[in-house]
Design a protein around this ligand. Structure first.
Ligand code: FAD
Length: 410
């Protein structure tokens, strides 16, 4: 992998252009954008409009497209083709004259400013920006790695779901609809609820979907009005909610534990894990300051608390000064200040401070052409909320779509 040679005599300091100590010739500063998440698609667009003088920018992502999670339940329920929910990354990179490297970061040596990719490629950087999202640890629930379908990485989930869907159609038609497929969705957050409703809608008459929400009721972090709307939708759609913790997953069954300690076994032909966000394991040895859960600790300028030349946005990071939930809304909002600050850090300007909003609008798709809106203590529901959500989501994709949708294998 060719990288810009930066010898001993090149002074690396914040502020560009940095110069050779003897000749004073300006050198190129290497900015690496790791991950093609919600904030970085905006950075690419901003760099296309206003290139960073004297910078060589590289984007690293394992796939040539970003799947927009907000539209995934709509894809599962059959309202969108998958292509409608994706943003192709190479055309965005090309428009910004950014080099796209297909790869997955597996380790980071922050002291030596070096990122290692899964294929062994080493990327040296002067400025690094992380927007790689969260992961789901595969060892949290015994048997999950072998028997469950994880919702992240989203690209793997999409591939597996497409294959499974064909299998489901084959099995249900072969059995002549004699047996309902048992599906357990584990995870009572907004994503789990939306996926349970979407699956129920998509496989109507062929599957029985159960939501396993942990000890709390579904969407426990939402206000009472939203919680009761969600409970009512689930009840109306006849989706049973098990307020129990999933403690093991085996072939065709899941083991649940009640808050009183009793164990129950639930038949499940397909177990979907939509449980919370974990930090990528490769950050642990990076030398970066992390929060107690292992996410990159950042401050108001989105810089790492320990390494000012490292920026992080979205689910991979934690604003230690202004904590906020991990959601796409905040990853999207971080895009504009991140683009400004990367450019200013590289060229020597004063950085902008970004204050995340206190409240965010959450729109939950119910799978049946309606959605629930939740904002602070207020909630609303109906077909008009779904149409509103649909307009916002399609608008987001349209903003960043250049050229044809990318195939994951491209
Ligand atoms: C089913 C579902 C529905 C959701 N709906 C909503 C919603 O409606 N609204 C909302 O606000 N939030 C929603 N969320 C949450 C939302 O998905 C996340 O908060 C959001 O995706 C975070 O954005 P991000 O940019 O941090 O990371 P991501 O969107 O996860 O993007 C990370 C990118 O980095 C790449 N990447 C990952 N690892 C590496 C690596 N090691 N090296 C290089 N690249 C890497 C990935 O391929 C991906 O392109 C939903 C989540 C789920 C599961």
């Amino acid at each position: 992998m060719p990288t810009t040679p930066v010898g001993e005599a090149w002074r690396i300091s914040p502020g560009l252009p940095y110069r050779h100590e003897e000749t004073g010739v300006p050198a190129v500063k290497r900015i690496v954008l790791c991950g093609g998440g919600h904030a970085h698609v905006h950075v690419l667009q901003a760099f296309a409009k206003a290139p960073v003088p004297g910078a060589e920018v590289t984007l690293v992502s394992p796939f040539p497209r970003q799947i927009y999670s907000g539209m995934v339940p709509g894809w599962i329920s059959g309202r969108y083709p998958l292509d409608a929910c994706t943003i192709a990354l190479p055309p965005l990179a090309e428009a910004a004259r950014v080099r796209w490297v297909r790869g997955e970061a597996v380790s980071l040596d922050a002291a030596h400013r070096r990122l290692r990719l899964a294929d062994g490629t080493l990327l040296d950087y002067d400025v690094l920006s992380l927007d790689t999202g969260s992961v789901q640890r595969r060892d949290r629930i015994p048997g999950a790695a072998e028997h469950a379908l994880f919702v992240r990485p989203m690209e793997t989930f999409a591939t597996r779901w497409q294959a499974l869907q064909q299998e489901i159609e084959f099995v249900t038609s072969a059995e002549g609809g004699r047996r309902l497929l048992a599906i357990a969705v584990v995870g009572g957050g907004a994503g789990g609820v939306e996926l349970a409703l979407a699956l129920h809608h998509r496989l109507a008459g062929a599957a029985r979907v159960t939501l396993v929400s942990g000890p709390a009721e579904p969407v426990p972090t939402h206000p009472a009005g939203t919680r009761s709307r969600v409970a009512e939708v689930l009840r109306r759609q006849r989706i049973p909610v098990m307020r129990m913790t999933c403690v093991a997953i085996a072939d065709r069954e899941v083991v649940l534990r009640s808050s009183g300690g009793a164990h129950v076994t639930l038949a499940s032909d397909l177990t979907l894990l939509a449980t919370g966000a974990d930090a990528p394991a490769w950050l642990a040895d990076s030398g970066l300051a992390l929060d107690e859960a292992g996410f990159v600790a950042t401050g108001p300028t989105l810089q790492s608390r320990s390494h000012p030349e490292v920026f992080a946005a979205g689910d991979v990071s934690s604003r230690t000064d202004a904590p906020h939930p991990r959601s796409g809304v905040y990853a999207v909002r971080a895009g504009p200040p991140l683009a400004v600050n990367l450019a200013r850090f590289a060229t020597g300007g004063a950085l902008e401070r970004w204050r995340p909003q206190r409240r965010s609008l959450n729109l939950l798709a119910c799978g049946d052409g309606t959605a629930i809106a939740s904002w602070g203590p207020f909630s609303a529901q109906g077909g008009w909320v779904w149409r509103w959500k649909d307009r916002i989501d399609r608008g987001f994709i349209d903003r960043y779509r250049l050229g044809a949708p990318a195939s994951p294998a491209a």
